[in-house]
Design a protein around this ligand. Structure first.
Ligand SMILES: Cc1cc2nc3c(=O)[nH]c(=O)nc-3n(C[C@H](O)[C@H](O)[C@H](O)COP(=O)(O)O)c2cc1C
Length: 192
């Protein structure tokens, strides 16, 4: 999975990245505690402590059910972060927009998928507990590194389908804005 990451493009081919693959239980436990704190802070600050990330404010719509599912799944991850088999901590520097690291992040996730490994991209640790994470992982704090993501990885415990998304035709135009494609891709075009 890291081999896929280092093949990714980056601006000017700078490759300003580092990957820490965490499999040690003690380190995972410490990161798990820091992640939980970060997640609780995020829910408190952004959703006023609402444990369903505001789903109840959206009424009983399909959207509300979706938000509910996401909040349950994210809350489960925060409680079980230390138990995932591997945590990929992804760092970058000299990437002020954060865009040069995302191809590498997504490559880790796609490579995992190709091997039957499920992943989740998380960002709250780097956003709200970066200092703590630096301490836990012995990352030098004076070299300009930023934690862009921690990707959790493990063999799936449940559903292993292709992600459900708004249809391609709703978000794609042909040649000019507003020109419908009429491609009618209503199902994923992948084998699954
Ligand atoms: C940039 C980015 C940051 C994310 N950060 C978090 C996070 O900190 N914690 C988390 O549980 N999920 C996080 N996610 C996962 C999204 O919530 C998830 O991809 C989305 O709800 C769709 O779910 P699915 O990928 O399982 O289909 C993040 C996703 C992206 C793309």
């Amino acid at each position: 999975m890291v081999d896929a990451a280092i093949r990714a493009p980056s601006g000017s081919n700078r490759q300003g990245w580092k990957f820490i693959v965490v499999t040690d239980n003690d380190v995972k436990n410490q990161l798990g505690d820091a992640y939980r704190e970060a997640w609780n802070f995020y829910v408190k600050e952004f959703y006023g402590g609402s444990s369903d990330m505001g789903a109840s404010n959206v009424g009983d719509t399909e959207k509300a059910q979706q938000v509910n599912r996401i909040s349950k799944s994210a809350a489960w991850l925060s409680e079980n972060f230390h138990k995932v088999p591997a945590q990929f901590v992804v760092l970058s520097r000299n990437d002020p927009t954060g865009s040069s690291i995302y191809p590498a992040i997504w490559s880790i996730m796609l490579a995992g998928r190709a091997h039957g490994i499920g992943t989740c991209l998380t960002t709250v640790l780097g956003m709200f507990q970066q200092e703590k994470a630096f301490e836990i992982l012995d990352i030098p704090s004076d070299k300009g590194w930023t934690i862009n993501a921690v990707i959790t990885a493990g063999y799936p415990l449940g559903k292993w389908g292709v992600a459900d998304r708004n249809p391609l035709d709703q978000v794609t135009y042909l040649n000019k804005w507003g020109n419908e494609t009429n491609w009618n891709v209503n199902e994923p075009l992948w084998n699954y």
